[in-house]
Each structure stands twice: as structure tokens, then as C-alpha cells.
Ligand binder design. Structure first.
Ligand SMILES: [Zn+2]
Length: 289
């Protein structure tokens, strides 16, 4: 009974206008309590209030400042010209490389078409650039010869899941399955693993995705600028994509382009030449972090 009185009194002091109002009837019992009990009750109230204050100030505050930091990042803000992809789950994701060096990273995602694949490989070879590919397991199993050529040329291949699903809608077990199935597809095809990096389909990410992936050794790599080459079917032109890429050259930028459109193959040579002429190196993900 006394424990109930104390808990109701705490509830009233914390939620004075809430559904705990009925508990106020018990307050009158407090006048019968001796001094020690009142002191103990005050100590409990102070501890609860202090804990709440600490949570708001330290835990929420640090989350907020981390998000604000990401939001004020010029490289991230540069996405404003593309599709806004800023989420609050950015803390453990990689969104840019080393920003102290004049170098940029080109990444190529592949899950469906391969229209630009041959051109990309030829242009990487011409410029002596190590490329970075995020492929799906279905792509690897559907185009094993292409994937062997990518690996044989020394490019980096990472995990873009098996079937390009929205991972936020899957269970933790299924998220892991998507990553592990792609990893075994690559292992079977070229004998190497995709760890430790993966890229989420559709940039769809939340804490569950990051922790499920992290539990099996994967860290999310997003990008600084989406070139929007994938909008080819919606009327995006090569000139628009070229302008977008070249107007965002900055140390550490990670570009997102794709195998499955024609634009990337058409403009990549020009992009590399222009960026190199500005004194930048084009590097792979692991070279550029
Ligand atoms: Zn994708």
C-alpha cells in the first residue's frame, strides 16, 4: 500500500495533468508520513527528474548535434540538387571519403541492366583508375563473365544485397540473408568476399538495417552526390548529368552512378578528363577513405 502511495505521488509530480490525476486522492495520505519518508520520496523524485534531464541533455543532445553536423556538411547539402536522401540514421554510414585530399571516388551500382558496363571498364582502364562497384547477387549470377572481368581488372566489388529490396521493410534475419546471399554469389563467382561494405537499395535505411548488417560485418556506404544518371528513362539528359557531376567536384566526394543506363558510359571519359585536369585524383573506395 505504501509503495503504491509513493509511486502515485511520483506519478502526480511528474504527470500533474495526465491520466494519473486520479492518484491525487492518495496525496492526502502523505501528510501522515514521517519526515524520513518525505525526504526519501523527494530523493526519488529528484533522481527521476535528474535522469530525465540527463537523457534529454546528453543522449538526445548528442544525437541532435550529430544530425546537425551531417546536415551542415556542404558535401551532404550538395545533394540538394539531386534527390534529398538525408535521414537521421546517418551516424555510422559513410557518405564521403577523406576530405583532406584532392581526390574523388566513383561508385557504380549494378542490379538490373548493364548498358554502360563495357564502356565503364574501358574508361577505367584508359585512365588507370580503380573503380568501385556495388552489385546485387542477381546481377552476379546473371552476368558472371562481366563480374569476373571487373574483378580481374582489380576493381572493388561490394554488396548491394541479393535482390535489391527495401531493407527497412524486412526482418533482421531477412536483411542478413539478403547480404549473405549476395556474398556467397560473389564468393562462388570470383572467390572473394564483399565485406566490409554494403550499399542499401533506394538509400532506404534505419537503425534495424544498420545493426543487422553490422552484426555480420557490414558498414553502410552511401554517397555524397547521386549523379541521377538512372533518371535517363524519365528524360534526364547526359548534359544534365555531366553538369551535375562537374559542379560538385570537391575533396572526398563519393559519386553514385550506375551500370544500367547509357548516360554513364557516354560521359564518363569526359568526366574523368575534366576532373583530372583540375588536379584531382580518381580513387577507389578503399583508397579514398
Ligand atoms: Zn541500387
Amino acid at each position: 500500500m505504501k509503495a503504491e502511495i509513493i509511486s502515485n505521488a511520483i506519478a502526480v509530480s511528474i504527470f500533474p495533468n495526465s491520466c494519473y490525476n486520479g492518484a491525487r486522492n492518495n496525496i492526502e495520505y502523505l501528510s501522515f508520513m514521517n519526515g524520513k519518508r518525505i525526504v526519501a520520496l523527494l530523493a526519488v523524485i529528484l533522481a527521476v527528474a535528474g535522469g530525465g534531464y540527463f537523457y534529454r541533455r546528453e543522449i538526445l543532445g548528442s544525437r541532435l548535434s550529430a544530425v546537425q553536423k551531417a546536415g551542415s556538411d556542404p558535401a551532404v547539402l550538395s545533394q540538394a540538387t539531386g534527390t534529398p536522401q538525408i535521414t537521421t540514421q546517418v551516424l555510422s554510414e559513410i557518405r564521403h571519403g577523406d576530405r583532406s585530399k584532392k581526390q574523388v571516388i566513383f561508385t557504380f551500382d549494378g542490379g538490373a541492366g548493364i548498358q554502360s558496363a563495357d564502356a565503364i571498364l574501358a574508361i577505367l582502364a584508359k585512365h588507370h583508375v580503380k573503380g568501385t562497384f556495388f552489385l546485387t547477387g542477381k546481377m552476379v549470377l546473371g552476368h558472371p563473365d562481366l563480374v569476373r572481368r571487373i574483378a580481374a581488372a582489380g576493381h572493388e566489388i561490394f554488396n548491394h544485397t541479393y535482390d535489391h529490396k527495401d531493407l527497412t521493410k524486412l526482418t533482421e534475419a531477412d536483411i542478413k540473408r539478403e547480404l549473405l546471399d549476395m556474398d556467397s554469389a560473389l564468393e562462388k563467382t570470383v572467390g572473394s568476399s564483399t565485406r566490409p561494405y554494403f550499399r542499401t537499395p533506394y538509400s532506404a535505411v534505419n537503425a534495424k538495417v544498420l545493426s543487422a548488417a553490422g552484426a555480420i560485418g557490414y558498414r553502410s556506404v552511401e554517397y555524397t552526390l547521386d549523379a541521377l544518371d538512372w533518371r535517363e528513362g524519365r528524360g534526364e539528359t547526359a548534359a544534365q548529368v555531366q553538369k551535375r557531376v562537374l559542379s560538385h567536384v570537391a575533396p572526398g566526394v563519393i559519386y553514385l552512378m550506375h551500370l544500367g543506363d547509357n548516360i554513364t558510359g557516354e560521359i564518363l571519359d569526359k568526366l574523368f578528363s575534366d576532373i583530372e585536369a583540375r588536379g584531382y585524383k580518381i580513387v577507389s573506395l578503399t583508397q579514398g577513405l
